[in-house]
Design a protein around this ligand. Structure first.
Ligand SMILES: Cc1cc2nc3c(=O)[nH]c(=O)nc-3n(C[C@H](O)[C@H](O)[C@H](O)COP(=O)(O)O)c2cc1C
Length: 204
């Protein structure tokens, strides 16, 4: 299965290139290394995302494969994610500020922290696509253990991992991980997503 067969899906053909071609790969090239310049660019993409009141309630653990942080993180992956995530060139752990720190300082708009962090993560993945890199976000890991291992303060909430790297050869991985890439990519129809006049009345 090649990336070309996974995307674009029907309806996505006319999207801008990096949205059209994005999909969550589960086979990363374990020999590929991400450069510091690319890593910085991905973080800048997240950093320049909009946020409520410009509160920027996000932080990222930056864990390139082979780093001490990566070694700390990997044992906390769920079983389903433990095969494919470690092959990615880097994992970003996305963390949202959900309350003020002990000094009372913090984002005024914490009700939108998850929204803002998600948007920053989306920007990061689009930037990854523009660098020819694949990404796959994941929630399957022990969040509490990761928060403890990295000393994340209570007023921050560990949310997701974002694995980034180069798409690899499915023949080189465990068949169970290769099969993940065969999963059908489906979406709810637009009529269920976009409403007009009244809730539930499909737009167009
Ligand atoms: C918040 C979040 C959590 C996710 N958790 C996992 C996960 O733990 N393991 C996994 O394989 N994929 C995970 N995914 C990937 C989704 O399954 C995937 O994005 C979805 O099936 C749509 O496929 P696509 O990204 O290829 O369009 C997660 C995605 C998001 C945004």
């Amino acid at each position: 299965m090649t990336a070309a067969k996974r995307a674009p899906q029907p309806g996505a053909e006319d999207l801008t290139e990096h949205l059209r071609d994005r999909w969550s790969v589960s086979v990363f090239d374990a020999d590929h290394e991400i450069s510091e310049t690319e890593t910085r660019l991905l973080l800048e993409a997240a950093r320049w995302a909009p946020s409520a009141g410009n509160s920027q309630p996000w932080s990222f653990l930056v864990l390139p494969r082979g780093s001490a942080g990566h070694e700390t993180f990997v044992p906390h992956l769920s079983r389903g994610n433990s095969g494919w995530v470690p092959r990615a060139s880097i994992v970003f752990v996305a963390v949202a500020q959900v309350g003020p720190g002990p000094d009372g300082k913090g984002p005024k708009w914490t009700g939108y922290s998850y929204y803002d962090l998600g948007q920053a993560a989306a920007h990061l993945t689009v930037q990854a696509a523009s660098l020819g890199l694949s990404s796959h976000q994941f929630a399957g890991f022990d969040h509490d253990a990761v928060a403890a291992a990295f000393g994340v303060p209570d007023w921050w909430k560990v949310m997701t991992g974002i694995a980034v790297g180069r798409h690899g050869d499915p023949a080189q991985v465990d068949p169970r991980d290769a099969e993940r890439e065969e999963r059908e990519r489906v979406r709810r129809p637009l009529a269920e997503v976009a409403y007009a006049d009244k809730w539930g009345t499909p737009w167009a």
